[in-house]
Design a protein around this ligand. Structure first.
Ligand SMILES: *Cc1c(COP(=O)(O)O)cnc(C)c1O
Length: 419
């Protein structure tokens, strides 16, 4: 099937789409008079807004079987998404990302599955969130989007904004991997490198809100990225036959995916497609940037700013997250936990899974493997648990260890070397 046909099939799903959003709601106060179809940023309380749906409308319009029969990736969950008009859908050939069992890098009998999000457009799961958010900007008439980013979010926004005819401006820490900075530029966005952390980039974007008049695409400051990220939960449920794994390990930065999946599970239960069983949700962070782990261990609702954050798992180098309390709530409600992984361990695990199972994880994905190993050792998970690890981007986008074995074609070759 040609890409064009796939694209047209995706768009045509939206031809007769029922309108399912009822309103938006403040995630901290529950104030729920934020109207659908209007431009919103944060709530009046300065916290993320969550999109609420008429779950009866969803229930009456679509079945699990119909969803399963639809082609393509995350756009097929149209009833659970806020975009109304097919003209606004931006599709770059999304796929349902595969579930890959680990065979040789885990002890016998362990049931460990990786959901490989590196297969999405721009090579990371940021495509889900920013694809849906950019489509909503199109629908709402927002034309210039500004994003603070550790790399992957900027790349995804650049691609989806370009395809959708929107302008995007990205700000990254100046030690973001070059491949990310360059792909952002190549995919049509303006990109600046800032001598600071993503938290400094966030401030720059915020100050520009009035001065430039762009839309602030900081994580959770617009309400639709989380709706896109939510599709990870919908997809998982479908792939697991409308049951969920026992434990999910997720590399947590701003937390949209973590919060989004939890929201998806609630919506699926409300329409009667899954039962009340939930996975334990495990938030994984790097030891040198672990504000959520610290807040969880301290038993508090909000995290404090993590000073001198450093990790080469760039996607989770987030020293402060506006949705911290939502992540912590999710961990607690699910009976899960939070866990920090040493830098060295991240790369040891990346090497192990690549060499033994042929799956090149991104460093963020490798943190989930490292965390699972720690949790197995400490007894927080058991070897009979069905465990899902998220590989949130393709490992190809990250620096890799050097390898250097030149072979001189003009000298006799000693073939015994290759045995
Ligand atoms: C952004 C990012 C994360 C963190 O995701 P959140 O849902 O924002 O917590 C993890 N891994 C990679 C590769 C990322 O780009």
């Amino acid at each position: 099937m040609s890409k064009k046909l796939e694209f047209e099939q995706t768009i045509s799903l939206y031809n007769d789409k029922p309108s399912c959003v009822s309103h938006l709601e403040c995630s901290i106060t529950g104030k729920n008079d934020y109207e659908a179809g209007k431009i919103h940023g944060l709530s009046e309380a300065g916290r993320p807004l969550l999109v609420r749906y008429n779950l009866d409308t969803i229930k009456n319009n679509v079945t699990r079987e119909e969803i399963e029969a639809r082609p393509g990736g995350f756009w097929k969950y149209r009833e659970f998404l806020p975009v109304e008009n097919g003209e606004n859908v931006i599709s770059l050939g999304e796929v349902m990302t595969p579930l890959i069992p680990l065979k040789h890098s885990v002890p016998n009998g362990c049931d460990i599955i990786v959901k490989d999000e590196g297969r999405l457009p721009t090579g990371s799961f940021k495509a889900r969130g920013l694809g849906v958010a950019a489509a909503m900007s199109k629908e709402l008439g927002q034309t210039h989007l500004a994003i603070p980013t550790n790399g992957n979010a900027g790349a995804a926004l650049a691609a989806y904004a370009s395809f959708g005819g929107l302008k995007a401006t990205a700000f990254c820490p100046d030690d973001t991997p070059l491949v990310n900075i360059r792909e952002i530029r190549l995919q049509g966005a303006d990109v600046f490198t800032v001598n600071g952390l993503v938290s400094d980039c966030i401030k720059i974007v915020q100050e520009g809100n009035d001065k430039v008049g762009w839309t602030d695409y900081t994580t959770l400051k617009e309400p639709y990225r989380i709706e896109g990220k939510k599709t990870m939960g919908l997809e998982l449920a479908e792939q697991f036959g409308w049951e969920l794994p026992d434990v999910i390990f997720y590399p947590t930065g701003g937390g949209t995916g973590f919060i989004g999946m939890w929201k998806a599970f609630d919506e699926l239960e409300s329409v009667g497609w899954i039962g009340s069983k939930r996975p334990k949700m495990v938030a994984v962070q790097a030891a040198n940037c672990a504000p959520i782990v610290k807040a969880y261990e301290d038993g508090v609702e909000h995290a404090t700013f993590w000073e001198n954050a450093y990790t080469e798992a760039w996607g989770i180098r987030v020293p402060a997250a506006i949705g911290d309390f939502l992540m912590i709530r999710t961990i607690r409600e699910s009976g899960g936990f939070a866990i920090a992984v040493d830098e060295e361990d991240i790369f040891k695990c990346r090497d192990k899974v690549s060499r033994k199972d042929g799956l090149l994880l991104c460093p963020e994905g490798a943190t989930t493997f490292a965390a699972w190993q720690m949790a197995l050792k400490s007894g927080q998970v058991s070897s009979s648990d069905k465990v899902l690890l998220f590989n949130t981007a393709t490992g190809l986008k990250y620096p890799m260890p050097e390898t250097n074995q030149p072979l001189d074609k003009n000298q006799p070759i000693d073939y015994s070397r290759f045995k």
